[in-house]
Design a protein around this ligand. Structure first.
Ligand code: X90
Length: 277
């Protein structure tokens, strides 16, 4: 096996900055307000950004990587796995496909496999972990290209949001649906649909009801869980112990969302990526 031949690349919606043992680059998205532009890279103070955005009442938007940004992230690797945020809500996947075409044309023999996660955050994290596992176990590029779409059929994303203001203001969710999460104490529980769009499952009064809803929607056969939060340490700790209680053998990891997901999930938001057996 020649490890150096492989590289994993994702946009910053994966919240991942490094991958142990495997070459990795992140293509940052941008969060834009009238006052400033936040670049979602390793230097961004995500906690501070989420607090600032909470007070900010003006217009804000986001921008995905351009094909040129993606090509810069590819570097000069021979075999690249490129994981993007859902094409249902972002132009990132399209830009990555254009970048792939250019990169392969300009570098005969080099190959890029673009993976539309149809999701965001922790589900991308699981996909990237699986790619790493395949690469380290010595699988060939073509074999991994066949295996990874099969893996995607076993993963999913659930979420709990306290506000959908930024999602609605940027046309990523129907404003009527967004209202559900706008009321004090109401949590919107939802999932990434099979088309990679946001699907509301339940409106829950209070955090505990939202946790029960997540446990119910996780089903019965959970192997791995990745929970990411936007400035909500206490909720993430509670949810993770409830999941650990129900799924004794599940491997659970928790972490803080980075910029793009924090912008859309907003303060308090929780994203739950899972892998079923
Ligand atoms: O500017 C861009 O191209 C980025 C647009 C991204 C829009 C959606 C980001 C969602 C982040 C929020 C809750 C999870 C929803 C998942 C639905 C697939 C996370």
């Amino acid at each position: 096996m020649n490890l150096q031949k492989f590289k994993i690349v994702s946009d910053s919606s994966s919240d991942i900055l490094t991958v142990p043992d495997v070459s990795f680059s992140s293509a940052p998205l941008k969060i834009i307000t009238a006052d400033k532009e936040y670049i979602d890279d390793a230097t961004l103070d995500v906690y501070a950004m989420a607090e600032e955005l909470l007070r900010y009442k003006g217009k804000s938007s986001t921008a995905c990587p351009s094909p040129g940004d993606w090509i810069a992230a590819f570097g000069d690797a021979q075999y690249i796995f490129c994981v993007t945020i859902t094409s249902g809500l972002s132009g990132s996947y399209n830009a990555a496909c254009i970048a792939k075409q250019q990169y392969e044309e300009n570098n005969p023999g080099k190959k890029v496999f673009v993976i539309d996660s149809l999701s965001a955050g922790p589900e991308l994290c699981l996909i990237i972990e699986k790619l790493r596992e395949y690469i380290l176990s010595g699988k060939e590029f073509d074999e991994i290209c066949t295996l990874i779409p099969q893996y995607l059929s076993k993963t999913g994303l659930l979420f709990i949001l306290e506000s959908m203001r930024n999602l609605a203001n940027n046309g990523r969710v129907n404003p009527i649906v967004a209202k559900a999460a706008g009321l004090l104490g109401i949590r919107a529980v939802g999932r990434a649909s099979s088309k990679g769009t946001l699907e509301l499952l339940e409106k829950c009064r209070g955090e505990q009801k939202a946790f029960s809803s997540i446990l119910r929607h996780l089903g019965d056969n959970i192997k791995k869980v990745r929970i990411a939060h936007c400035n909500n340490e206490s909720a993430v700790a509670q949810l993770s112990s409830l999941i650990a209680e129900k799924f004794k053998d599940a491997e659970i990891k928790i972490y803080q969302l980075r910029g793009l997901c924090s912008f859309y999930a907003e303060k308090g938001g929780l994203l739950v990526g899972y892998e079923t057996i």
